[in-house]
Design a protein around this ligand. Structure first.
Ligand code: GRF
Length: 215
């Protein structure tokens, strides 16, 4: 019988054989999403890959037990790992957990701690981040949340945007993968700019992740 051809009166077997074939046709890459906050980007990423032939959101890693992203993980039935500061910066047991879950790729979506060198070594060129400005400007230590947009406005920039980049040992420094721009009107404030930037992030981050992983 031709592969994928539906045999008559045998829907169940057809579904079984189709999923068996798919399991061997596509290599599934497992993603861990690291987030500390509301998780609106994490939600868009989960949404895009909920049913995907080669990308699976396997784990949410969070450093804040009150973060909104944990509610999203629970609702979506995605295991969550809450990580404490000491364990993250001084121990590396959590790396063992990432390996046990066979994580291939780490996506930072509003994760507020600097990624330790030990983790970068294990996942070299396999960790990406999204930054709410056009790097290399407006990046570095302390440049997150409203501080980024306030700095852009104070400098009277005419445009801002998003940067998706690899994570290396320095803050907001790794190779740039993708940027998208938006205007900064004269009467803009940090709140309205943040909304425009969030819309760009939601539009592009899931798509860029997909392009990067399924290439
Ligand atoms: C985003 O603006 C992202 O650029 C930055 O952190 C923010 C996270 O927002 N790294 P959310 O929690 O995904 O809504």
């Amino acid at each position: 019988m031709e592969r994928g051809r539906k045999p008559q009166n045998c829907n169940y077997l057809y579904i079984l054989s189709r999923s068996f074939n798919e399991q061997y046709l596509y290599e599934v890459k497992k993603i861990a999403v690291f987030a500390s906050g509301a998780g609106s980007n994490a939600a868009r990423i989960i949404d895009r890959f909920r049913v995907h032939k080669s990308i699976h959101i396997t784990l949410i890693v969070c450093n804040n037990p009150d973060a909104g992203v944990l509610n999203i993980a629970e609702k979506e039935n995605i295991p969550a790992l809450i990580i404490e500061k000491e364990r993250f910066f001084r121990g590396d047991a959590y790396i063992k957990e990432l390996k046990e879950k066979k994580i291939d790729f780490i996506v930072l979506a509003g994760f507020l701690w600097k990624i330790p060198d030990t983790l970068i070594k294990v996942f070299r060129d396999k960790i990406i981040n999204i930054h709410p400005a056009l790097l290399p400007k407006y990046g570095g230590k302390g440049m997150y949340g409203p501080a980024v947009h306030e700095a852009v406005i104070a400098a009277k920039e005419k445009e801002s945007g998003i940067t998706i980049h690899y994570v290396d040992e320095l803050y907001d420094h790794g190779k740039i993968i993708f940027q998208a721009k938006c205007p900064v009107p004269e009467n803009d404030n940090a709140g309205s700019l943040a909304q425009r930037i969030h819309a760009l992030e939601h539009e592009y981050y899931p798509k860029v992740i997909e392009d990067l992983i399924v290439k």
